[in-house]
Design a binder for this molecule. Structure first.
Ligand SMILES: Nc1ncnc2c1ncn2[C@@H]1O[C@H](COP(=O)(O)OP(=O)(O)O)[C@@H](O)[C@H]1O
Ligand SMILES: CC(=O)N[C@@H](CCC(=O)OP(=O)(O)O)C(=O)O
Length: 299
């Protein structure tokens, strides 16, 4: 990494640029989704953790929801278990569900908690089972835009969607000095664990918490068009067109759908940004140069 020395005037400029944003977001909840694909290297993970700690120290309420798709895939590979996706959702049988709980609720969750704590924050890791946070029901793919006709929907097993959220445990933590770090696992009425796409959890949580912003960190610059150019601002109509013409596919599908739904349900703005960029979250929150794709709701 190259470092350039700033003059005192340049340092002052950077700090004052941040001031209006610090004032605007003070006391506001910002839900940040840290995608498994954005957790690519140690320096980036540390820069993410520093951004979260800084947000908390200047008076925002950051809530972290994490993914871990590639990490689940790695462990499944190691035990020789095949995995496949339908419309960006991992088909999850009982054995896969065990791996999902181990990787998301254990390895990944505790790694992020430790990264934040190492930067001076006080993170608390939860799954949707803790404090009755996330009730889940089995996901029906017809709502997700599957092209499979009605009666022949594939059985995707323990894949859930959010039925309801009781955010009391999150409120209790983030009105104090703690930073909640949430793994996307829900519990059904039958007591079973459900594997929920982390974008869906982040979107619903942002709605329920009345968040100011939903920030989705991933491994692309943002939403790209067919020629690979970044689409900076989108509304509902444009998103539907891009889904219909096949520009938005795979893991980007649930991401865009939940971003859109969240802004239609009261979240002020949703951003899809590049987690491969150092301090991507800070650049989004504290500078005049927005990064990535902004999804806005009805004006
Ligand atoms: N139009 C698009 N623009 C950007 N990425 C897209 C698009 N359509 C599909 N994708 C894919 O979506 C991926 C991001 O989703 P996903 O792999 O689930 O990431 P994450 O782990 O961050 O949730 C990108 O890496 C890319 O391969
Ligand atoms: C149902 C479903 O697909 N669940 C995801 C949960 C993790 C996740 O969403 O991770 P990323 O954000 O890193 O993609 C999975 O099993 O991969």
């Amino acid at each position: 990494m190259t470092t350039t020395t700033k003059t005192p005037a340049e340092v002052a400029e950077v700090l004052t640029e941040a001031l209006p944003y610090i004032q605007r977001f003070h006391g506001k909840t910002i839900v940040v989704k840290f995608g498994g694909n954005a957790m690519v290297d140690e320096a980036l993970k540390r820069s993410f953790a520093r951004d979260i700690v800084l947000m908390k120290l200047v008076g925002f309420n950051p809530v972290v929801v994490h993914g871990g798709g590639p990490q689940i895939g790695e462990l499944l590979d190691r035990i020789g278990k095949e995995t496949r996706f339908v419309d960006g959702m991992r088909v999850t049988d009982a054995e896969t569900m065990d791996v999902v709980e181990m990787v998301l609720g254990g390895l990944v969750n505790k790694e992020i908690v430790q990264l934040i704590n190492a930067q001076g924050g006080r993170a608390v890791g939860l799954t949707g089972k803790d404090g009755g946070l996330i009730r889940a029901r089995q996901l029906r793919l017809d709502g997700m835009g599957a092209d499979t006709p009605g009666s022949e929907l594939p059985d995707i097993g323990h894949v859930g969607e959010v039925a309801s959220i009781d955010a009391s445990v999150v409120n209790m933590l983030d009105t104090g000095e703690f930073i909640p770090v949430i793994a996307p696992i829900g519990v059904g009425d039958d007591g079973r664990g459900y594997n929920i796409n982390a974008d869906l959890v982040a979107g619903k949580l942002a709605e329920v918490l009345g968040a100011e912003k939903l920030i989705l960190l991933t491994n692309t610059e943002g939403l790209l068009d067919k020629d690979g150019h970044l689409l900076t601002g989108l509304d509902a109509e444009r998103v539907e067109e891009l889904i219909q013409d096949g520009t938005i596919q795979g893991g980007m599908l649930p991401k865009i759908r939940c971003a859109l739904e969240s802004v239609q349900n009261g979240v002020r703005a949703a951003h899809i940004i590049d987690g491969r960029v150092t301090h991507a979250v800070l650049l989004e929150l504290f500078t005049d140069r927005g990064v990535g794709t902004l999804i806005h709701g009805p004006s």
